[in-house]
Design a protein around this ligand. Structure first.
Ligand code: HAM
Length: 414
């Protein structure tokens, strides 16, 4: 029978590597929960309209979405990103603002798989809804920054921009269109820049790069409220000592953004896939999803990218095995069953062998498990109501009473 494989662009994460994921999610939860964000779980699939309203000009929605009709004839999409889902949930349940949510969840995009680009990737993210206070922008950016720092990354650049709002952006877009009409652009954008001129700024191809070198910059054309907001965000980051680079080309791939946008670029990664995370404001999204006007801001950090960046910087290693005690039983296994159960109930991580293996083979498994201690039950121990407690690192051993095993183990581990 042919062996089946995981779909192209997806991957299995097995132990011990998965221990690193667990640690990362725990670290993230710690950072954001200390700032008042609570876990939100939302469905992995939604009505297609939830994402269509993110913007038809968004590649993630237009070209890359996993869409299908379910057995009930509903148009469904696998979530390509987390923000629209969380905002949909907010609109549906109307929790009291400010609503501060975090998530750790998979997203699905039909992209060409390559290093750091998957068809199922995972994001750690936050979304904060209900205020357009610039201090919240600073808080959100600072949280993303703190996660990178806590992971141990030191070669990450924070890129910052403002995309204005529906007061100042339309006039800027007209200005940009007029500028681009006289320019030689790449094949893709020569035909499409009129609909979405901002994409040209983001294009990595040489033609668009050089054509836009002197293009007007949105930050120079912000209306007064947007300029004031952006100044407060910058002053806030300066005050916290978080360095950033103003990047007028940072337009982001999703169409819902207004005002503050940012990205975290890992210098240690290949430039096409070096964004470990990104985010920004989306003050009109709740309305687009049928809710009351509700400003919001958030970010998503790619778990796979964060770990690639950590590898490149040689930080955030995979944690070692977590077994404290390995029980070796050559009397049939009933003692191993009882002892592991007692130890686990007492909060001690314990494991054992199965299938009645030889003493030698069980000791090998004990070594492989990384356990510090072995508890050995042979014929002699069974007959005398004792257990041999051996320190697998230091090498010493003692015979202890079967009834006091847990206390002895605790003492030896402390
Ligand atoms: P995004 O920039 O599309 O933003 O994705 C955020 C991060 O997810 C990226 O910076 C990258 O690290 C990771 N990522 C995206 N696509 C892939 C992929 N195909 N393979 C591996 N990693 C990937 C969003 O999704 C927004 N929802 C972020 C946000 C939250 N904005 C406001 N709130």
């Amino acid at each position: 029978m042919a062996e089946l494989r995981a779909p192209v662009g997806t991957r299995d994460v097995l132990p011990p590597e998965s221990g690193r994921w667990e640690r990362l999610v725990g670290l993230f939860a710690g950072v954001v929960e200390r700032a008042g964000y609570g876990l939100v779980l939302s469905p992995m699939f939604e009505d297609v309209a939830v994402f269509e309203r993110v913007g038809e000009g968004t590649d993630v929605v237009r070209k890359e979405m996993y869409e299908f009709e379910d057995k009930g004839g509903r148009r469904i999409a696998l979530r390509p990103e987390g923000t629209a889902s969380v905002v949909r949930a907010y609109v549906q349940h109307r929790p009291t603002p400010p609503f501060k949510a975090w998530y750790a969840a998979p997203n699905f995009r039909y992209e060409r798989p390559q290093a750091g680009r998957f068809r199922q990737h995972h994001q750690l993210g936050v979304e904060a809804l209900g205020t357009d206070d610039a201090d919240l922008d600073v808080e959100v950016v600072a949280l993303a920054w703190s996660v990178c720092t806590a992971v141990g990354l030191s070669r990450v650049t924070l890129l910052l921009n403002s995309l204005g709002d529906d007061v100042c952006r339309p006039a800027y877009l007209d200005l940009l269109r007029a500028f681009l009409r006289g320019a030689v652009l790449c094949d893709e954008h020569a035909g499409s820049f009129e609909q979405n001129p901002l994409r040209v700024l983001d294009c990595k191809r040489e033609a668009c790069r050089s054509a836009t070198a002197d293009a007007p910059r949105l930050v120079d054309h912000l209306c007064e409220p947007c300029a004031g907001h952006f100044a407060r965000v910058r002053a806030g980051l300066d005050g916290l000592g978080i360095g950033y680079r103003l990047e007028p080309r940072l337009v982001r791939g999703l169409d819902y953004y207004t005002r503050t946008t940012f990205e975290l670029a890992a210098e240690a990664l290949e430039s096409a896939q070096n964004a470990v995370g990104g985010g920004g404001r989306y003050d009109k999204l709740a309305e687009a999803l049928g809710g009351p006007p509700t400003p919001g801001i958030g970010f998503g950090l790619g778990i796979e990218r964060l770990l690639l960046a950590a590898d490149a910087e040689d930080v955030f290693p995979t944690p070692g095995p977590r077994i404290d005690v390995f029980v070796i039983d050559t009397t049939g296994g009933a003692e191993a069953l009882a002892l592991t159960h007692e130890l686990r109930a007492a909060g001690v991580a314990a494991d054992r062998s199965f299938d009645g293996r030889s003493m030698k083979s069980q000791f090998k498994s004990a070594d492989r498990s990384g356990a510090r201690l072995a508890l050995v039950v042979g014929e002699q121990e069974a007959a005398s109501g004792t257990v041999t407690l051996r320190d697998l690192r230091a090498g010493g051993q003692e015979t202890v009473d079967r009834h006091d095993v847990v206390d002895h183990v605790r003492k030896a581990l402390s």
